[in-house]
Design a protein around this ligand. Structure first.
Ligand code: NAD
Ligand code: LMR
Length: 434
């Protein structure tokens, strides 16, 4: 994974800041402009002094802000340092708009326009559920990803704050926020990758399946949006119960006529992240040097770590195998209980989702040899969905890798996993077709 820290600005040429629009103003202006973004040439003349109203009236300040934005779009124009621009900047600063948020009723983004607004070439990524426990740190991590040029943050609550906050990070991706169902289509239009952590988390005593009634409907609505607005996007589905929400998404896409199984990926990376960590603890090595394939699904016994296939090759006692398998299968519950009613894993999940999202983006860019575990449409077993290692490519899950040789303990675990998985899959399919 490559998630570099924000690049420092300190070595830039020492132009006094008052002589040029702030970086964020230039960036925000670039993406705020909508259709106007390409009309950078003709900046109307500013009055030599700002009208008094610009300091008092929001409308006038907004007009000044808009003129500043137009001017800033042509930030390298010869008159960018003119006194009128400086005064307009002050006026806009005194009464700023919320430039990162989509205005209600604004026309939906067009795919072509969207990329042109990006700070750098790269992919357009949407996070649905961006204001939640996973969504917020995941938004931050994706803003740090150099492969992302445009980052759309959608939620039914609190996106203005999260968007304003994340948009101040001095990394290349342009951030735009979308609030509520009426802005879902604008959030999704033109996206290359859609990451979905929307939905309720568990409380102590609940299973992931207990979330089905609430989260199934949320996932259906969001996937209907994906089918309408970015049918070619790769979808990373995090919302639980993943064993059922991925089949739900597949049925939604089938009904819409947009289903491509390669592009629908259930995120099970947290199981691998946990397995690497716990195995590394037992072996006394750095978790970064360990890779444990985890197959099956993402709930209880369906989470099947293949300890016989750990790299680097390692051997474990029976006691270690039982301890590790149990801890990996119950890692989510360990966090739910420790949080004591305040939710489930969010930070480690955001880390895992950012890692998986980065792998998808690198593969979409054409990088070869990227293999990650994911819960996908599969023929590796008799079940229609199963998590195994998959080779990621430009189109998503390009190749589903086989399970490889299993030991007796793993074969028994596989049968238990398949039994529970089968029910969860059927439940998801039935939900959409009832
Ligand atoms: P959270 O409650 O903190 O955040 C969920 C967010 O989803 C909230 O901001 C909420 O407003 C938003 N939301 C609800 N309905 C929405 C809708 N219709 N459209 C858009 N956004 C909507 O929960 P969390 O801790 O972030 O967990 C989110 C989901 O991820 C849960 O279902 C949880 O079980 C799951 N999860 C999965 C894994 C995994 O490994 N796949 C790991 C951890 C958590
Ligand atoms: C996890 O594995 O942490 C998530 O699936 C959340 C949960 O409910 O355990």
């Amino acid at each position: 994974m490559s998630l570099p820290l924000p690049r420092s600005d300190r070595r830039r040429r020492p132009t006094p800041r008052s002589h040029r629009p702030p970086d964020n103003a230039r960036r925000n202006a670039t993406f705020q402009g909508g259709k106007d973004a390409r009309r950078v040439g003709n900046i109307p003349p500013f009055p030599s002094k700002p009208p008094a109203s610009a300091r008092q009236s929001p409308a006038a300040a907004a007009a000044a802000h808009s003129r500043l934005a137009s001017a800033a779009r042509g930030a390298m124009q010869p008159d960018a340092n003119s006194p009128s621009l400086r005064l307009a900047r002050v006026a806009a600063h005194l009464n700023p708009q919320r430039p990162q948020m989509e205005e209600e009723g604004a026309p939906a983004l067009r795919p072509a326009a969207c990329r042109a607004k990006g700070g750098a070439p790269g992919f357009k990524v949407a996070i649905l559920g961006a204001a939640g426990g996973i969504g917020q740190p995941l938004s931050m991590l994706m803003k740090m990803n150099p492969l992302v040029s445009v980052l759309h943050l959608y939620d039914v609550v609190n996106t203005p704050g999260v968007t304003a906050d994340v948009s101040h990070m001095d990394t290349g991706a342009v951030v735009r926020g979308f609030l509520g169902a009426q802005q879902l289509d604008a959030a999704l239009t033109g996206m290359d990758l859609v990451i979905i952590p929307a939905g309720l988390p568990r409380k102590p005593g609940m299973t992931r399946d207990d979330l089905f009634n609430k989260n199934a409907g949320i996932v259906r609505i969001l996937c209907e949006g994906v089918a309408r607005c970015c049918p070619d996007a790769i979808v990373n589905l995090i919302s639980n119960p993943v064993n059922s929400t991925v089949p739900i998404a597949a049925e939604v896409f089938k009904k819409a006529g947009t289903y491509n199984p390669k592009r629908l990926l259930g995120v099970t990376t947290l199981d691998v992240v946990r397995a690497n960590t716990f195995v590394a603890e037992v072996l006394g090595v750095n978790p970064r040097d360990v890779n444990v394939p985890v197959v099956g699904g993402h709930a209880g016994v369906t989470i099947l770590p293949l300890l016989s296939q750990v790299t680097p090759p390692s051997s474990f006692t029976q006691e270690e195998i039982k301890y590790l398998t149990n801890r990996i299968q119950n890692g989510g519950t360990e966090v739910v209980e420790a949080k004591a009613g305040a939710g489930s894993a969010t930070l480690s999940m955001a880390f895992a989702a950012a890692k998986f999202g980065d792998a998808c983006l690198r593969a979409m860019r054409g990088e070869g040899g990227i293999v990650e575990c994911s819960y996908v449409a599969s023929q590796v077993t008799e079940l229609p969905f199963f998590a195994t290692k998959v080779r990621l490519g430009r189109g998503g899950a390009e190749e589903i890798l086989l399970l490889g040789p299993l030991n007796e303990f793993e074969r028994v675990g596989l049968e238990a996993a398949k039994k529970e998985l089968s029910e969860s899959i059927q439940k998801g399919i039935a939900f959409v077709n009832k």
